[in-house]
Write a protein that binds this ligand. Structure first.
Ligand code: FAD
Length: 355
């Protein structure tokens, strides 16, 4: 429960109107988190009775304005120039601040990605306003303030933060925290073309070359997977992860893990789920030998179905689990895998018999 002090929105801040979402793109490809933010942005805009708008900055990116209308925006502010071909902090934050100063939005949302974190910090610093990073909940209170909820003190409490004296109210949200709103390609909106007073010769940073670290290295994107089979310290050793890989392969999923596993050197950091790892929302999340510390739960508790396997029936993971199995994972996991194989074999032989 938020303690409500009697602070009304000061008159000079009331001229700030509208909810803005920054559309992040790399080489014209939008980051899905931008559309996820349009879902929660629409709710905020509706409650405030204001417009939902996007900010699209780049080089040949007008198609992203149309796409933002399809995801619910009514208006898109478009800044296009070869200057914005590659992301650089300076031109992007200057263009963004130019728009904010001119059009005065009350709320600005950005994805808490590498790029979004960089931009949001620079914009908030330049505008001398508040920014709450990695929000897990956003809503409007009865006075019209944005309630920005996020884990605090290592995830042990949830803090709700307000920006009472400055505008815009800025928040970033990690990918997969908010659900993706439905897309309707027939929706139309208004494009406002803008340009910022910037010249290439004034910019101190030049992009010489892009080196993709992932090239030649197989990186598994746990955040994009529909099925995740995660292991924790209960896996006991690196080589034991093969039983999780077998189950994941059987289901067409990927293997994830807790931080304890990364710290032990059993899995690379990109597989880590949780507050300091990835936030995931798969159809099925298996938690094998994971106790369910709050820092792990915040990264996976919105999964559609959670199946927890733990030999300690008191483990907190069972509080968020859809199905819980109290038992030794070294017996339970292979049993699930062979059961799925059996079902599949039966189905295949039925299909052959029928044909
Ligand atoms: P443990 O807590 O040790 O749990 C192991 C579990 O395995 C136990 O419940 C045990 O009963 C069970 N088990 C053991 N053997 C078997 C068996 N044979 N069969 C079945 N069950 C068995 N953690 C994250 O995961 N992700 C994060 O992003 C993250 N960020 C953090 C950020 C901060 C600031 C801090 C302070 C901590 C963070 N942590 C994070 C760490 C978190 O607090 C926990 O320490 C961690 O999640 C514990 O990992 P675990 O569940 O694998 O290990």
């Amino acid at each position: 429960e938020v303690e409500k002090k009697e602070i009304e929105i000061p008159a000079k801040l009331r001229e700030y109107k509208g909810v803005w979402v920054f559309v992040e793109q790399t080489e014209d490809e939008p980051a899905l988190v931008s559309w996820e933010l349009l879902g929660v942005g629409a709710d905020l805009a509706k409650t405030r009775g204001v417009e939902l708008c996007t900010v699209v900055i780049g080089d040949n990116v007008e198609h992203l304005c149309q796409e933002s209308f399809a995801y619910g925006a009514a208006k898109a502010y478009l800044v296009e120039d070869s200057l914005y071909h590659y992301y650089r902090t300076e031109p992007y934050y200057k263009a963004f601040c130019h728009l904010v100063r001119k059009y005065k939005p009350e709320i600005v949302l950005m994805g808490a990605t590498g790029l979004g974190r960089d931009l949001a910090g620079a914009v908030a610093t330049e505008l001398r306003t508040g920014l709450t990073a990695d929000c897990t909940g956003l809503s409007i209170d009865d006075r019209g303030f944005l309630l920005q909820t996020r884990p605090a003190f290592g995830g042990n409490i949830m803090a709700t933060i307000l920006t009472e004296r400055t505008r815009p109210q800025m928040a970033s949200v990690r990918p997969h925290v908010m659900p993706l709103p439905p897309k309707d390609a027939s929706r139309k909106g208004e494009i406002i073309r803008e340009s910022a007073p910037l010249k290439e010769e004034d910019l101190v940073v030049k992009v010489l070359e892009i080196i993709d670290e992932r090239k030649g290295r197989q990186v598994v994107d746990v955040a994009a997977a529909d099925i995740i089979v995660s292991g924790g310290r209960g896996m006991c050793a690196k080589e034991n992860f093969s039983i999780l890989q077998e189950l994941a392969d059987e289901l067409g999923g990927v293997v994830g893990c807790s931080r304890a596993v990364v710290e032990a050197g059993w899995m690379p950091v990109e597989r880590q789920v949780g507050q300091t790892g990835k936030t995931v929302r798969p159809k099925i999340y298996f938690a094998c030998g994971i106790s369910g510390a709050i820092q792990h739960l915040v990264g996976m508790q919105d999964s559609n179905t959670i199946i927890a396997i733990n030999r300690d029936k008191q483990a907190p993971i069972f509080e968020v689990a859809t199905y819980g199995v109290v038992g030794d994972l070294f017996q339970v996991v292979p049993a699930i895998t062979s059961y799925i194989r059996e079902l599949r074999a039966k189905k295949a032989s039925k299909a052959t018999a029928a044909s």
